[in-house]
Ligand binder design. Structure first.
Ligand code: PMP
Length: 399
């Protein structure tokens, strides 16, 4: 009988090669215990965490933990149903109102994950007669949303509003509805989108614009509303999508919009309709961390200072690193062998980062992705830079 798994043979061989050459399976590393927002136990050893997306450190918020405990005692541990059946509690509605008000938008929809928010919004908005324009470096959730949609999909060059403009013009489809999708901060490279220029293209071409602020929410803008706030164009963005799983430290996703029809999508959006809603403790914890984020704008200053510190350390070492200062600081390498060796050595020396291998990386080059936190101390960042130096020498990346 033909094996259903034969298509994965190359992957099994690649993983096997990593392990037999003395490395770890990079996808099997587990955090055994959290000691603080920046440290945890991995392989029985205290390890510095530079590979979470916990940008503000709020996954360990004492207030949120208390509110989650209270919610469990009041509502139980789950909703056991989808948002459109039995899964909407008043807590969900309150959080939606809170998020909409925070963004100054008319409506908000909360999804069970950020992945589902993109999947749901993109597939429900872009129908078979419509066009979808996606940045080439889009997150998997955006690509998957485009697959679930029946729309024609056109990719444009990463962070290139001119290329987008040309493609829309070339299409010459003034009667068709068009949705442009970009991200605020790109998750692998830390690149920040030129949103103001994308807004200009959207207006010029009479398109709609959806911005996924997954990595920029809580990070950019005076109030932490993301790249659109930082660029002063929030009122021009039709749909802002985001996640609770990064700056807010929990899990879940959302979309906010001024379009009053947004509510209709609740009944036309499969990733919203056909899955269980977020449990009460998560909604309560998210509400608490959203309050905390609003009450502590200084966290964003610490975060950006820490990001600049880590990046300049990498530049001084001569590593090929991110162009812009953002909480995602990547070190790009030439070969997969170098990346695997260096990543293993970093962990041996007590620093955890994310190993990203092609095809999951832009430009088909492997990278070590670091995420910085507001709660990292200057000493922890210096320690990480010193460990990067040792690991890069061992991997032959620098001498
Ligand atoms: N969008 C982007 C850009 C992301 O990086 C991610 C997660 N890495 C998501 C969406 C999905 O978020 P979630 O983890 O909440 O599913």
């Amino acid at each position: 009988m033909p094996s259903l798994f034969s298509k994965y043979n190359h992957m099994a061989r690649a993983l096997n090669a990593i392990v037999t050459s003395g490395g770890r399976n990079p996808f099997a590393v587990t955090i055994e215990k959290m000691l603080s927002s920046t440290t945890g136990i991995i392989e029985g050893k205290e390890t510095l965490l530079f590979g979470t997306n916990n940008y503000l450190g709020l996954s360990q918020s004492k207030n949120a933990i208390k509110d989650a405990q209270n919610a469990v005692l009041t509502y139980g541990i789950g909703t056991t149903g989808s948002r459109i059946a039995n899964g909407t509690f008043s807590l969900h509605r309150q959080l939606e109102r809170h998020i909409a008000d925070f963004f100054g938008k008319r409506e908000a929809i909360v999804f069970s994950t950020g992945y589902q928010a993109n999947l749901g919004m993109i597939s429900a908005l872009a129908g078979k007669d419509d066009y979808l324009f996606l940045d080439a470096d889009s997150h998997a959730s955006i690509y998957d949303g485009s697959r679930l949609s029946a729309a024609q999909v056109i990719r444009f060059r990463h962070n290139d509003p001119d290329d987008l403009y040309k493609r829309i013009r070339r299409l010459n489809a003034p009667e068709q509805a068009k949705l442009i999708v970009v991200e605020g901060i790109y998750s692998m490279t830390g690149n920040i989108a030129p949103i103001r220029e994308f807004v200009a293209v959207k207006k010029e071409t009479d398109s709609a614009l959806l911005v996924d602020e997954a990595h920029s929410f809580g990070v950019l803008g005076e109030h932490g509303r993301g790249v659109a706030e930082a660029d002063g164009v929030e009122h021009e963005v039709d749909f802002i999508v985001g996640t609770f799983s990064k700056s807010l430290g929990t899990v879940g996703g959302y979309c906010v919009s001024d379009h009053q029809e947004l509510d209709l999508l609740r009944l036309n959006c499969r990733p919203y309709m056909f899955t269980a809603s977020l449990p009460p403790e998560i909604i309560a914890a998210t509400t608490a961390t959203l309050h905390e984020m609003q009450a502590h704008p200084e966290l964003r200053t610490y975060l950006m200072n820490n990001a600049a510190h880590l990046r300049s350390g990498f530049v001084d070492l001569g590593l090929h690193t991110s162009q812009q200062v953002s909480p995602v600081i990547a070190v790009t390498l030439e070969t997969e062998e170098q990346a695997i060796l260096m990543w293993n050595e970093l962990l041996n020396l007590g620093v955890y980062v994310n190993l990203s291998l092609p095809p999951a990386t832009p430009d088909s080059r492997p990278l070590l992705r670091c995420s910085v936190m507001a709660t990292h101390t200057a000493d922890q960042i210096d320690q990480a830079i010193s460990v990067f130096r040792q690991a890069a020498i061992k991997a032959g990346v620098i001498s």
